[in-house]
Write a protein that binds this ligand. Structure first.
Ligand SMILES: [Zn+2]
Length: 346
């Protein structure tokens, strides 16, 4: 069994992973993951690790690919716990493979990049995604995979849609997968697909920082880490889209179900009283966004992502939101892995 990874390719992948992780339009917090195959071994980003740290931290875990793929084919629940397939002898730090390891294992190409690209997500939440992406991706061997919960359900969804030669997947309400035989080819394909899917963001006025600072004072809330996060509250269409529900899994994991929008004249305390809880973020239409004081850096990254995604959605399109059951399975699912990811992000 070949387990020796090509050191040069691994170095190239780490550099690309760090670049992807540093681009908030490609990945946010611990989201997104990259992998490299060496024989039967899949080197995949560890759960809870951030791609942006790929050059300074050891973030890759070796996984026995054959047994994992067999578990997916058998619909064995163990495929939902990829740590069972980590190769302990090559994993002295006991890192856990990403929950999305099966996505990488199912692609036959040697290098796989999975990103939560805002250009892709903004299209992948539209009910017309498959048709619109088809128009934009002519000449590319791609497949559309309708939304499934990450882990075994998503792996099965991919297996149903995968055809020989496909090297690009658009995951409904989720993101993008590109695959190639080399890191350099995978990077080229990523940027090609991204530019083909790109749409301009609707522009907004500047946030009202003075009003937000007043609203935050004494309420246990603060300004978001990125000024870009405010746009979702400044554009009426973005605000309406956000208020209507949850659009993709990491939003639910880091921010909870949907988005909370303050009513006219409401203060932070009024919103909390109305909900009976303090939401991680509150949108104040026309002013901007406030984050709860203890919100994690992952929550900040996802709040900015919401602004970047909603600003690109076609306002005339019908949107697919996660159902109540899909929200529930994300909130309740996988204490061992996704919670760990959430904590690591804090
Ligand atoms: Zn993902």
């Amino acid at each position: 069994m070949a387990t020796t990874v090509d050191a040069q390719e691994l170095a190239a992948l780490r550099a690309l992973s760090a670049a992807i992780g540093a681009d908030p339009h490609l990945t946010q917090a611990a989201g997104g993951n990259t992998s490299l195959k060496a024989g039967d071994t899949l080197w995949i980003k560890a759960s809870g690790k951030w791609l942006k740290d790929a050059l300074t931290d050891d973030i890759m875990v070796p996984v026995a690919m054959g047994p994992l793929i067999e578990a997916v084919e058998r619909r064995d629940p163990s495929a939902d716990k990829p740590q069972a397939f980590a190769i302990d002898a090559l994993n002295p730090r006991g890192l856990r493979p990403s929950i999305e390891t099966t996505v990488h294992a199912l692609m036959p190409q040697r290098v796989v990049l999975h990103v939560h690209c805002v250009e892709t997500i903004s299209l992948a939440v539209q009910a017309d995604c498959e048709a619109e992406a088809g128009r934009r991706l002519q000449g590319i061997a791609w497949a559309y995979v309708p939304y499934r919960r990450p882990g075994l359900p998503l792996a099965q969804g991919i297996a149903e849609r995968l055809r020989p030669g496909v090297d690009v997947l658009i995951l409904g309400n989720h993101g993008l997968v590109v695959a190639a035989e080399t890191v350099a080819e995978a990077e080229r394909l990523l940027h090609r697909v991204r530019s083909l899917l790109a749409r301009p963001a609707r522009q907004t006025a500047a946030p009202d920082i003075a009003a937000l600072t007043t609203l935050a004072s004494g309420g246990g809330y603060r300004l978001p880490a990125d000024v870009e996060a405010h746009a979702v509250a400044l554009d009426p269409d973005s605000c309406r889209i956000a208020e209507a529900g949850s659009l993709y899994p990491d939003h639910v994991i880091f921010l909870g179900r949907g988005s909370v929008v303050a009513r006219p004249g409401e203060q932070v305390a009024d919103v909390a009283a109305r909900l009976g809880a303090n939401p991680v973020a509150i949108l104040f239409p026309g002013a901007g966004v406030l984050m709860r004081g203890d919100a994690s850096s992952g929550a900040d990254a996802m709040q900015r992502c919401l602004a970047d995604v909603t600003a690109r959605v076609d306002i005339a399109a019908r949107l697919n939101y996660l159902t109540a059951a899909e929200n529930d399975e994300l909130v309740n699912w996988d204490a061992e892995q996704y919670r760990q990811k959430l904590n690591a992000a804090g």
